[in-house]
Design a protein around this ligand. Structure first.
Ligand code: C2E
Ligand code: CA
Ligand code: CA
Length: 702
């Protein structure tokens, strides 16, 4: 035994083998974190990669150690056995990695794992030694051999324990991992050299692997270099890939967050104007209330609704309507201070929440806002058509406990000002709720009234000023309400216009008036023309001309037998369009009358273009005519203007004989009013009203 071959070691290679062992351990430890952070499929790949890296590392370390061994004979290595030892190293590493990356590892499992891994590494080592195919076989000294096995198991146990502890710290504790890798490196190297120390090469041993076609040490060196380069390359590639994947994941989660932010923005904002929507308003309002409670602050909620927005949409198209809404939103943003909230609730409804210090301040803010809105919503430059708004204001504290109540009460106040004539503002008062409730009820009932035939027409005669002859009848609508009695149009026409009932209502009036004309005619009464009042909404719509033509045709009215009264201000609203519609109405045989003339600032040049047949002097002029000469002068000039333009001039609201006398003297051609005859239901009409050519006497009927 003593006279065996003397084994020496090349120190540089020993050092290299240690470094390789440490690097392999480090790589293996790093993969444990990756393995655990991956999904099941990636996990398997990381496990395989880790096992390969560590196995090759351990195996390389072993063969570098072998290269460090110098024996005084030629050495070689059997390729098959060499590869078998590599397989064992990989298998042992794989098992170890699998074990430490399990969720729960019991102590017993850890110990048995250490035994399996230690024995695996030892097996790799001794199989690797066997690759030299020494003849006679290597003799292992039992003590050293046992020590090497023990060291392998203890080292494996230590390595597993460290790896288990560090497994989830994939990104931190680099120093820790390096230290752990050092321990593992020492263990593996220690096992190797103990194993080498156990080996006794009897004198005269020859390495049969060197004689046959085994690998020479040079080739082995090359193999180790190639394999290690490959492993290193793979490791670098894998970690680069991993980093790439990580970056991609990071980018993905970035864009996910962005998408998420955009989605929440979408859910909380109005798409057209970019303003917060009702949802976000409610949120912010709740916060505001909380803040106001804590700090003892006041704030006002302004509920803004545009007047006549639907008309703009109908007349100019949705793109103009949308542009208008955007402009309103911009105005609100501009007027609002940094601490205010501006939101769009939908349609033409906006809300502004603003801090106020005293009750009166809310009104001032509302008025400033109204002015800014009118200024910014002019449809065209130098255009009179501006959109006004109605603003309802609720204040905190006082007008509501929570966000919902605040919005609802401001809405009620807005509704109230709408009813009171629009273009203004109202502070919420609890009594408004009832009135609004009443309006809602009335709206509902009006809808039903149309279906149930509760509407009736009363007729007011119009006579020729010269001979009191019947000139025509004006149809005035009334609502025979089951509970309220006879409801006058002032109370429901504006409502019908607002809630979209006016078109149906107007159609009914048209048809009923034409039908009545035909009845009178059949009865032998001579009514030259029946007058029907039109709403601006009807003139703006598309179906008026067809409705008029159809009603006249159905009831057999000749041209001129139907007069349509439009107010002067209505004619001024959209001049071009109005002229077009009136021209068409004239073409189907209707007469056109300009109602309430003198109140709408109709420009005279424009008047000349209007296809009108009649002017009706507003009754306020007639009433004031007798008191002030200024009004008499106005009436006189309107009469002369009508004559110049070849129009019939009708004076409304003639209540006294004096008024009649003055009008006749001025040359007014037709008269209408209580003094001439009150509006009456057909069945209440005195017979002589309808008699053809009544005597040219005083002719009062009411
Ligand atoms: P208007 O077209 O100016 O109708 C004349 C109004 O003056 C009628 O009120 C009539 O009763 C009233 N009146 C007549 N003579 C005198 C008088 O001597 N003195 C005074 N103080 N008043 C007199 P009414 O029937 O309450 O109608 C009010 C308004 O309702 C009408 O004003 C008209 O603009 C509107 N209206 C009536 N019927 C209809 C309809 O069928 N469709 C539409 N769109 N509007 C209608
Ligand atoms: Ca009228
Ligand atoms: Ca009138």
């Amino acid at each position: 035994m003593e006279s065996g071959l003397i084994a020496t070691y090349v120190p540089e290679l020993v050092a290299t083998s240690f470094v390789v062992a440490v690097v392999a351990s480090y790589a293996a430890l790093k993969t444990t974190g990756r393995i655990r952070a991956s999904d099941p499929v990636a996990r398997r790949w990381w496990l395989a990669g880790g096992a390969l890296a560590m196995g090759i590392g351990v195996w390389s370390m072993h063969f570098i150690g072998m290269l460090a061994l110098r024996l005084p004979i030629r050495l070689g290595y059997d390729i098959g056995i060499t590869l078998l030892s590599l397989l064992m190293a990989v298998a042992a590493s794989g098992y170890a990695l699998w074990l430490v990356t399990r969720d729960h590892v019991t102590r017993l499992r850890m110990v048995s794992g250490a035994v399996v891994m230690g024995l695996g590494i030892a097996a790799m080592h001794y199989v690797g030694m066997a690759a030299m195919r020494m003849d006679p076989a290597i003799i292992y000294r039992p003590l050293w051999f046992s020590a090497s096995l023990l060291i392998a198991i203890v080292a494996a146990g230590a390595a597993l324990a460290i790896a288990y502890r560090l497994r989830d710290n994939a990104h931190h504790e680099r120093l820790h991992r390096l230290l752990a890798a050092g321990v593992m490196g020492v263990a593996i190297v220690g096992m190797h050299y103990t194993g080498m120390a156990a080996a006794y090469f009897p004198a005269g041993s020859i390495c049969s692997a060197a004689l046959r076609d085994g690998l020479s040490p040079d080739s082995l060196a090359w193999l180790v270099v190639v394999v290690n380069t490959a492993v290193l390359g793979t490791a670098i590639g894998a970690s680069a890939l991993d980093r790439l994947l990580h970056e991609r994941t990071a980018r993905l989660s970035d864009s996910l967050q962005l998408a998420n932010r955009q989605l929440t923005h979408l859910a909380m904002h109005d798409a057209l104007t970019g303003l917060p929507n009702r949802m976000m308003l409610t949120d912010q309002l709740q916060e505001r209330i909380l803040r106001a409670q804590l700090a003892g602050e006041r704030f006002a909620l302004l509920f803004i609704d545009l007047d006549g927005f639907k008309g703009v949409n109908d007349a100019f198209g949705h793109h103009v309507g949308d542009a208008l809404l955007v402009r309103v939103a911009d105005t609100l943003r501009r007027v609002a201070s940094a601490d205010d909230t501006v939101a769009r609730l939908g349609g033409d409804e906006f809300v502004m929440v603003t801090r106020v210090t005293e009750v009166g301040e809310a009104t001032a803010r509302g008025e400033r806002l109204l002015a800014a809105l009118v200024e910014s919503t002019r449809l065209k430059e130098n255009d009179d058509v501006a959109v006004s708004a109605s603003i309802g204001i609720a204040q905190y504290p006082g007008d509501g406990e929570d966000a919902q109540a605040m919005i609802a009460h401001a809405d009620v106040a807005m509704y109230y000002i709408k009813q009171a004539g629009r273009n203004g503002l109202a502070l919420y008062a609890p009594s408004m709720g009832e009135e609004v409730q009443g309006q809602l009820q009335l709206t509902y009932e009006l809808r039903k009234a149309l279906e149930r035939g509760q509407l009736v027409l009363h007729y007011q005669p119009q006579v020729r000023a010269l001979d009191n002859g019947m000139a025509g009848m004006e149809a005035l609508v009334r609502w025979q309400h089951p509970r309220l009695g006879l409801v006058m149009p002032d109370r429901f026409i504006a409502l019908a216009e607002r809630v979209g009932l006016i078109v149906d209502l107007g159609q009914w009036v048209l048809d009923e008036a034409c039908r009545q004309w035909a009845v009178w005619r059949r009865a032998g009464a001579r009514v030259p023309t029946v007058s029907v009042n039109l709403s601006p909404v009807q003139v703006r719509g598309d179906c008026l001309v067809a409705q008029v033509a159809s009603a006249m045709r159905r009831h057999g009215l000749p041209p001129g037998a139907l007069t349509l009264e439009i107010t002067e201000s209505m004619a001024m609203l959209e001049p071009e369009r109005t002229v077009a519609v009136l021209t068409q109405l004239e073409a189907v045989g209707a007469r056109i009358s300009l109602d309430d003339f003198g109140t709408g600032y109709c420009s005279l040049s424009y008047l000349a273009y209007l296809p009108a047949h009649e002017l009706k002097i507003d009754r306020q002029f007639v009433r004031q005519m007798t008191t002030g000469s200024r009004h008499a002068a106005i009436v006189q000039s309107v009469v002369m203007l009508g004559q110049q333009l070849g129009l019939d001039v009708v004076a409304e609201g003639v209540e006294t004989p004096e008024q009649k006398q003055m009008l006749v003297a001025m040359g007014c051609s037709r008269l209408q009013g209580y003094y001439i005859g009150k509006p009456r239901a057909v069945e209440d009409m005195p017979a002589q009203v309808l008699q053809a050519q009544p005597p040219a006497a005083s002719g009062t009927h009411g």
